[in-house]
Design a protein around this ligand. Sequence first.
Ligand SMILES: Nc1ncnc2c1ncn2[C@@H]1O[C@H](COP(=O)(O)OP(=O)(O)OP(=O)(O)O)[C@@H](O)[C@H]1O
Ligand SMILES: [Mg+2]
Ligand SMILES: [Zn+2]
Length: 338
Amino acid sequence: MPPNAPMEKILVASDWKAGLSISSSKTAKNPAEEIHKTGFIGRGSSKNVVYARIGDEEYALGQSQDPALAQSENARMLREELINMYLGEAIRKEFFTTALECEVNVPDFCFNVDGAILGVLEPLEPGHISASLGLPFEYFIATRYLPCSPVDKAIQKFTGNADCGAPPEDALTAAIHAFTHFTVKYTGNTLVFCDLQGLANRKGIMTLIDPQSHSFESDSTKRMYWDGGPNAIEHFLSHHLENCDENYICHKIDMKGLEFDWQPDPVTPVDDRPFDFFANGNNPQDFENPSGRTRSRSVTQSPQRKRVKIDAPPLQTPPRIRTAPFRHGFPTPEPLAG
Ligand SMILES: Nc1ncnc2c1ncn2[C@@H]1O[C@H](COP(=O)(O)OP(=O)(O)OP(=O)(O)O)[C@@H](O)[C@H]1O
Ligand SMILES: [Mg+2]
Ligand SMILES: [Zn+2]
């Protein structure tokens, strides 16, 4: 951790292991209620998530559930998860801007990035009991706690990892499916967001947690476990295209015809923030390049681009330019259908 990284006190529920053992018990009569009495929030396929507080804010603290994993691998996975979520939020904003331009009403949703951090546990003093509380790793991810007690609405799943699943039956699902199509379009076929699921925040807005994505990285050894690479993008997209015409948002935006034109630009140095950028008191919203995948590139494309439609007649007036959230361009892939 950099020497100037801010130190904050994080309180971690000390009985989380009791909840964890209930979650794997076969004899618990009412596991959801019993778990909720403890500080254990839940587990997915990779993380255990524990209740925590920083100041007055409630958090969900996550770490790998595999105690045999190397510290560095846990840190890498959490960092990639957080970057992925910030990237999702940046593209979501572009999606809403595009929807606004096309005058289509999209039900509100967001990613759970507000206040989200990658942190490192340090004992208050050497040997302090709360140094680890049985947490197996130094690095943790902490995202704002979303209401998920037995009386709250259960976590809602909108897409799988491989595809969107069944055609949408409500406007919010249609919006999130359209968003996945938009992520392919906005990134020039280099990324699709998937495994989108979430809970309503205290304002009732659907807040997506722990998204996954498939990238255009063809070397599987360089990809995270959730990333199926170019074939997975193609599979996800072609499955969505079966229902794209019926999706009122894709239809209104003319998603199939939407293209983002990334203008070539003079060579500029890469803004390669250090590993501990997020843990270093910086406002992650200021991180204009949330895409970790293209960091090693030494050249970049212009952050300015225009939105054009394929086969559109010549424009009478110059297209509107918006400031892109990225500083880096994407590799130029083969075009996919749609
Ligand atoms: N911010 C949060 N607020 C409330 N509950 C949360 C939060 N983050 C995670 N959870 C709960 O913890 C569970 C596991 O979290 P998460 O999905 O991040 O773990 P994972 O192992 O990465 O999951 P996956 O298998 O989907 O990749 C979630 O299903 C949810 O019930
Ligand atoms: Mg996950
Ligand atoms: Zn579509």
